[in-house]
Write a protein that binds this ligand. Structure first.
Ligand SMILES: *[C@@H]1O[C@H](CO)[C@@H](O)[C@H](O)[C@H]1NC(C)=O
Ligand SMILES: *[C@@H]1O[C@H](CO)[C@@H](O)[C@H](O)[C@H]1NC(C)=O
Ligand SMILES: CC(=O)N[C@H]1CO[C@H](CO)[C@@H](O)[C@@H]1O
Length: 355
């Protein structure tokens, strides 16, 4: 009896702590809000009202979201940006700035400007009809004006200077724009193209700073060569990870990291933090069983080899029933479970650098 009661408390405690799985902040540090920029890894529904094919607001997307609602998140449930705010103890979901139900109070704890299909290269957003980083910054400007009106300039300034501003993008630049667009592939080698991306990334950080951001996180690219769709398109008959893509990613990540260090010493009072998403994700891919996964080279949706956006729909054949076996939800994006594990690691490794 006593044993059973003890066991009950222990398991409640375990459930509670794992549900909160919160990353440790320095003692007296506070992060009032998170403002997110980037692509479909973090978009929570901004594309729903755009005229683009890069959408996911239909089943089976959102299958494990509360109510089974397809919100425009590219997963079965929550995505990386949701887990960022959850890990920081701020809130459970990071709402899309263009969500028609967005309330003024939501602005106080952060919103999401990310648009699926966008990149550092403006051409990427043009091809995909997504909102480029420049448009995402315009929305931030508008959001700051609203905050000023809502809580006054002093309070708004304090929120802005203490919040995290994070950007997660660049995968679409490499795997879609660079390797598949003649005006990029034939005019730039990979060194010149990653320089082009870097110039855009650096200018973006500068503009965030000018708008008052002081804690800026640059989330690195994951090993894009191991995404199921890339294995299918360029991984040969064995659908291996595409080493050429992973090497290009590492090259760009190295440049991003150097840029972050430079900007931190260059911009007074700013912390520009390079957040390594590559190595933790590679570790998951290479040790799937350790993380409770069984399938790494296919997504859950459809055959898992090619289905993404409109191809991942309710009529897609063979969609998996037990999603927790899978690292990837569709042929391009991780499952909620993979996002949760990965986001925790990325934050855990870099959180101290923001203070
Ligand atoms: C945190 O507390 C220490 C000492 O109590 C103080 O020196 C420091 O300025 C505080 N940091 C912040 C961000 O408030
Ligand atoms: C689903 O997969 C997970 C991970 O492999 C496993 O632990 C669980 O038992 C499976 N659930 C069902 C209902 O088969
Ligand atoms: C593409 C699309 O869905 N556009 C809609 C966005 O929302 C406005 C106002 O709610 C509609 O008028 C558009 O048709």
């Amino acid at each position: 009896m006593t044993y059973n009661v003890l066991w009950l408390f222990l398991s409640l405690d375990l459930i509670f702590t794992s549900a909160l799985a919160i990353v440790k902040l320095p003692k007296n540090a506070t992060v009032p809000a998170v403002f997110m920029f980037g692509d479909s890894i973090v978009d929570t529904g901004n594309n729903n009202n755009l005229t683009t094919i890069i959408k996911s607001n239909f089943p089976p997307y959102g299958r494990d979201f509360p109510g089974g609602v397809p919100t425009g998140r590219f997963s079965n449930g929550k995505v990386a940006s949701d887990f960022v705010v959850e890990e920081l103890g701020i809130k459970e979901y990071l709402p899309a700035y263009l969500d028609p139900d967005l309330q003024e109070t939501d602005l106080l704890t952060g919103v999401n400007f990310a648009s699926s299909g966008s990149g550092y290269d403006p051409l990427t957003s043009t091809i995909m009809n997504a909102m480029p980083l420049s448009k995402q910054l315009d929305m931030l400007k508008e959001c700051i004006e609203k905050l000023n009106k809502y809580v006054g300039e002093e309070k708004a300034n304090s929120i802005i200077s203490n919040s995290f501003f994070m950007v997660e993008t660049g995968s679409d630049d490499l795997v879609n724009t660079y390797y598949r667009t003649p005006t990029r592939f034939f005019q730039y080698d990979i060194y010149a193209y990653t320089d082009l991306l870097l110039t855009e990334a650096s200018a973006f950080v500068q503009k965030l700073y000018e708008l008052g951001a002081r804690r800026i996180g640059i989330i690195s690219l994951p090993p894009v060569g191991c995404i199921p769709s890339q294995r299918t398109l360029a991984g040969g008959t064995e659908r291996r990870c595409v080493e050429k893509y992973n090497e290009a990613t590492e090259l760009f990540n190295t440049k991003l990291s150097a840029m972050a260090h430079f900007q931190t010493s260059n911009l007074p009072d700013a912390r520009v933090v390079f957040m390594d998403a590559y190595n933790p994700f590679l570790h998951i891919l290479q040790h799937i069983h350790k993380y409770g996964f069984e399938v790494v080279d296919k997504g859950c949706c459809g055959t898992g080899m090619i289905e993404v956006i409109f191809l991942c729909n309710r009529w897609a054949p063979n969609t998996c029933t037990n999603v927790s076996r899978y690292v990837f939800w569709d042929s391009y994006h991780p499952t909620e479970k993979a996002y949760q594990i990965h986001t925790h690691q990325v934050l855990q490794n870099s959180i101290h650098s923001f203070f």
